[in-house]
Design a protein around this ligand. Structure first.
Ligand SMILES: NC(=O)c1ccc[n+]([C@@H]2O[C@H](COP(=O)([O-])OP(=O)(O)OC[C@H]3O[C@@H](n4cnc5c(N)ncnc54)[C@H](O)[C@@H]3O)[C@@H](O)[C@H]2O)c1
Length: 428
């Protein structure tokens, strides 16, 4: 069996490797020529995906990458894993999906299965993508080609996040589409969870991400409320977590980051308006979570003030640029917001992140492109008036931080087990 996977990013690349390991020949399609060259040379550009795993499949002839979309004629199935961001008005931007559809459509053969994996609002697969594919190919979904949606559930760098072991929800445009998609994923993934439609599958992924966003907002709110009462929310969560049922621990932080949780819920908000529905939980969670970087900056100002220093003119180090521990993914990271807020207040800001040595040019934060992580040594770290822990990478030596920095603002409870001096650490 030969399939194509479109979009060789955090989702498409590990999925490609899992299919390749399962004996399926995978043609990876992407529009980024640099990625194609690197992947064909067996070089992974994602920290937690080892090049060795890629080399093995490239050498075995099970994986190759290309930018030539006409080659979908060679495959039985196409899986689409392209980005689904928000535009500058915070509305869904499904142009990556529709552009992919336009590139595929002229080459689509009768009998091909097309599956969308990108997180999106209900209706994207059976309305938007279907229309583009039908218009460009002259074929009919359900009759001439099969169409399905199956959400990606990857949690990069999470030990339990192994593509093969994560149950795969699948919804088809018709029962025959569902049967084809179930058979396809069954080759590479242990548990398949069929649902009645593409829309149910799309809505399932949104529920999962909204659930996280709302619960993170809840603990972020409680962090602020409990702190005012002199209660440490981290201790409270650790205690609540001992309940064997009916509680699931979520942790506060400096704000939401990454490609999913800050973005996906608003796909539903936008779509809900078409049905005269409001998504108040989503909006409220968004409001609370986006207020967190300012909360952290205010705590940093308090901490500096206690040392008779103003934010204006202070040297502040952001520890961790990635949006979560132990990954190199800094998309939508709240660290960028912290750096902006601090700069606006006149601070001299730098960052340290062992996994992000230099900031790549991005659409969202062009002003930081080219900025390099500072070195991790005594004189560098001690040269900052305050260090804000935005991401708790495990590889950072927090005891060294305590030994070197006079003032630490901790948004991740990273200093909990570390020997510190009185009034040195400010939880934020
Ligand atoms: N990263 C995650 O942990 C995660 C988890 C679950 C779901 N998702 C969802 O999966 C989807 C993909 O996310 P990702 O993190 O893999 O994104 P990514 O940015 O890492 O990768 C997307 C890839 O698609 C390529 N691409 C863009 N437009 C293209 C086009 N028209 N044709 C072919 N290739 C194109 C890009 O060059 C890139 O290599 C998104 O909808 C995201 O919300 C991501």
């Amino acid at each position: 069996m030969k399939i194509a996977i479109v979009g060789l990013g955090y989702v498409g690349l590990p999925l490609s490797l899992q299919f390749a390991r399962s004996g399926v020949t995978v043609l990876g399609l992407d529009i980024d020529p640099a990625k194609i060259v690197s992947l064909n040379a067996g070089k992974s550009y994602i920290k937690h995906i080892e090049s060795a795993a890629l080399v093995e499949q490239v050498k075995a002839g099970k994986f190759s990458a290309s930018a030539d979309f006409s080659r979908v004629q060679e495959v039985e199935a196409v899986i689409i894993c392209v980005p689904t961001p928000l535009n500058k008005n915070r509305e869904p931007d499904i142009s990556f999906i529709t552009e992919t559809g336009k590139s595929l459509a002229p080459h689509l053969q009768k009998g091909t299965l097309v599956v969308l994996e990108s997180t999106t609002y209900p209706g994207t697969t059976d309305e938007d993508l279907r229309c583009v594919l039908e218009a460009g190919s002259g074929l009919k979904a359900g009759a001439d080609f099969h169409l399905a949606f199956s959400p990606e559930r990857e949690d990069p760098a999470h030990p339990a996040s192994k593509v093969a072991n994560i149950p795969k929800v699948v919804g088809g445009f018709t029962p025959a589409c569902l049967a084809r998609a179930t058979a396809l994923y069954g080759r590479a993934i242990k548990t398949i969870v069929p649902v009645s439609s593409c829309r149910v599958a799309e809505a399932t992924k949104l529920l999962e991400n909204i659930f996280r966003s709302v619960n993170i907002a809840l603990v972020n709110e409680l962090k602020v409320v409990y702190a005012a009462m002199g209660i440490d929310v981290w201790e409270v969560i650790a205690a609540a977590k001992t309940k064997p049922f009916g509680f699931m621990a979520f942790y506060p932080g400096p704000g939401l980051g990454g490609h999913c949780i800050p973005i996906d819920p608003f796909y539903l908000t936008w779509k809900a308006r078409e049905f005269s529905q409001n998504t108040r939980f989503i909006e409220l969670a968004g409001e609370i979570n986006t207020a967190m970087p300012m909360h952290v900056v205010n705590r940093a100002a308090e901490a500096l003030n206690a040392r008779k220093k103003a934010v204006n003119g202070s040297r502040v180090l952001i520890l961790g640029l990635a949006y979560k521990p132990n990954v190199d993914d800094e998309r939508e990271s709240p660290s960028y917001v912290l750096m902006n807020l601090l700069k606006e207040r006149g601070a001299d800001v730098a960052y340290f992140d062992p996994y992000v040595p230099v900031i790549r040019p991005t659409r969202e934060h062009p002003q930081f492109a080219g900025l390099r992580s500072v070195n991790w040594d005594h004189s560098t770290v001690a040269g900052f008036d305050a260090v804000i822990i935005a991401t708790n990478h495990q590889s950072v030596n927090y005891q060294q931080l305590a030994d070197w920095s006079p003032c630490i603002v901790d948004a991740r409870n990273a200093m909990a087990q570390v020997k510190t001096k009185p009034a040195q650490v400010w939880k934020a």
